[in-house]
Design a protein around this ligand. Sequence first.
Ligand code: ATP
Ligand code: MG
Length: 233
Amino acid sequence: MVREKLVKGFREGIVVPEGLIAHGRGEAFDYILGEKSRDFALRAERAAVALMMLSRKPVISVNGNAAALVAKELSELSDVLKVPVEVNVFHWSRERVERIAEWLKENGCKNVLYAGDAVIEEIEHCRRIVDKRGIYSADTVLVMLEDGDRCEILRRSGKKVIAVDLNPLSRTSKMADITVVNNVTRAIPEMVKFAKEMKSCSRDELKELVNSYSNESTIREALKAIADYVLSV
Ligand code: ATP
Ligand code: MG
């Protein structure tokens, strides 16, 4: 069913062929993680939600694959957290960006940014094209299926980066402030649930969740989980 969603997205011009390859890479990691949300992923998801709630200007960056897989769930997350969704793609064309934005709106997204009216100079590829009101001026960016180069530049420009990435060894996973080593299809609905639960948390409680979080531990635990799982079957 997940693959069908991507194929449909591909036929509709939302997903690019490179996205299909990236998904295959993700699936391979999901397989050796046991295809379930692990404790370290749930902890990272809670810390990620807390960080978004504490941020001055958070934004959810969405590419073609993410839109094809979890448009409804991303819309809900955007709604619960009152955070805009920005269409940001590696393979850019005005037409494709508009198509993804339209798809997100059809799936309930009320706050979609895709103006492409600003540029992050340091990024060499098309992901440099951003929205002034979104990634350009954001203090925290939630990314998924992210490229390592951009993650590094976003970090260097002083932004906090939350990544959802099934590969704990990717540059993105290592560079991000918070890495959710989980499939977006599980991570985003779980984050919606946590965001609803955590609405009643005080700022101090949210800060404690963020401050006690260690991304190094997450990566280590993810690698250990893979090793244990692979050796146990
Ligand atoms: P990096 O540039 O960060 O070193 P990369 O070049 O291997 O990583 P990219 O194509 O830049 O890979 O990023 C895509 C990432 O998204 C990969 O790490 C892949 O494992 C991950 N991925 C693919 N599908 C999913 C999914 N459904 N959920 C979460 N992560 C996924
Ligand atoms: Mg890459």
